[in-house]
Design a binder for this molecule. Structure first.
Ligand SMILES: *Cc1c(COP(=O)(O)O)cnc(C)c1O
Length: 369
């Protein structure tokens, strides 16, 4: 009996990916060890947070880093940093932004449910353009002396109303407006750790509990030293907007160890394993005549990460929602997503022995009535 059994909570098979509502990702046992080790002594948390963040920055080859309690916290904290900077009076005054720049610019097609976190700082979101159209002239017109930050959502980069990051930076940089990129779930590819910064972004935000496989409530803001310094001052344990997004010493130790593991992970080999798994699922499911499917990568904006192959399928006579529901309510319960109309099996969080279980469940759907 584990903790879930004892509390009567059903365990599920996660064929969806690193989504928070299913528990994000599973940590390497050495990450648990690091957390347990950190739990055995008291330290100055500011000192630990600073040194751990600096070590992570070195490992990821970026100028500076700030450990947060998640990407969502990173969004709130970076907004507070862009508005209040390093001035303690300003930091404590938020979310009242009186006397400070408080407008955060965003392309309309980049609005996401997570951008609510920007507004925790007291910021006002200024939407630019239309869902289906945008142009750089509209961006130029939206810039005022109240502009505090530009927020770019990486997963929306391919939407019709988007503008390439570099074109935006060509306008925001001369205007002195920090560019912050939300790339919470954009790994793999690992190159994304540095690519947005190389394009000129001032900071990029990642979830620690997705493919980095750190504690679920961890995240990273990576970027230039001055903005990251402001982030740290607007972050726990300092009294600030970020104080309510506390990062404990165990989580700090956990994300440090997770980044060590992550930077040594062989993603060429990993991609090969994922590909073999989805191809195996594909081959065995298509033996059943009522099942049709293919192996591919996500192409629709908003579906991440793009670097992981999926098995897309349908069953004759059933729509995707019905199939998804049948898998979810089956025994064991399998959670799968729907991408461009097909049910999608994402191998990112599947354990090897679960592949067979998923194959059998899908084959049974094809055989049923
Ligand atoms: C997952 C996600 C977040 C939130 O990440 P947490 O680490 O769970 O707070 C923010 N933005 C995007 C685009 C995400 O996919």
């Amino acid at each position: 009996m584990d903790i879930y059994d004892r509390l009567g909570v059903k365990k599920i098979i996660n064929a969806m990916g690193t989504v928070t509502k299913l528990g994000g990702s599973l940590m390497d046992s050495s990450v648990f060890d690091a957390m347990a080790e950190a739990g055995k002594a008291f330290v100055d948390i500011n000192d630990f947070h600073e040194k751990a963040s600096a070590y992570i920055a070195r490992m990821l080859q970026v100028e500076a880093a700030c450990i947060t309690s998640g990407a969502s916290a990173g969004i709130a904290i970076s907004a507070a940093a862009c508005i209040a900077g390093t001035c303690r009076a300003n930091i404590l005054q938020l979310p009242d932004t009186t006397g400070m720049k408080n407008e955060i610019l965003m392309l309309k097609s980049h609005r996401i449910v997570y951008d609510q976190a920007l507004q925790l700082s007291g910021a006002k979101i200024v939407e630019i353009g239309y869902t289906s159209f945008n142009c750089i002239e509209m961006v130029e017109k939206a810039i005022t002396d109240r502009s505090a930050m530009f927020f770019y959502c990486a997963e929306a980069a391919e939407t019709r109303g988007s503008i390439p990051l570099e074109e935006l930076i060509a306008v925001t940089k001369p205007a002195g407006i920090p560019m912050v990129v939300d790339a919470a779930a954009e790994i793999p590819p690992v190159a994304h750790i540095t690519s947005y910064l190389q394009q000129g972004a001032d900071a990029v935000i990642f979830s620690g509990g997705k493919e980095i496989r750190g504690p679920q409530s961890s995240g990273l803001i990576l970027g230039n030293a001055s903005l990251i310094e402001a982030c740290s001052m607007n972050c726990s344990p300092n009294h600030s907007i970020g104080r309510s997004m506390k990062v404990d010493k165990e989580t700090i130790a956990g994300i440090v160890r997770a980044v060590e593991v992550f930077t040594h992970h062989d993603y060429d080999a990993q991609t090969g394993v994922w590909m073999e798994q989805v191809q195996r699922i594909h081959a065995q499911c298509l033996e059943v005549k009522t099942i049709e499917g293919s192996v591919g990568f996500p192409t629709q904006p908003g579906i991440q990460p793009r670097g992981i192959p999926r098995f897309y399928f349908g069953v004759k006579g059933k729509n995707s929602k019905e199939i998804q529901e049948k898998l979810r309510t089956g025994e064991p319960s399998i959670h799968a997503g729907i991408e461009h109309g097909f049910v999608a099996i994402n191998p990112q969080c599947l354990k090897e022995h679960e592949i067979e279980v998923v194959i059998n469940a899908i084959r049974n759907l094809g055989h049923a009535d």
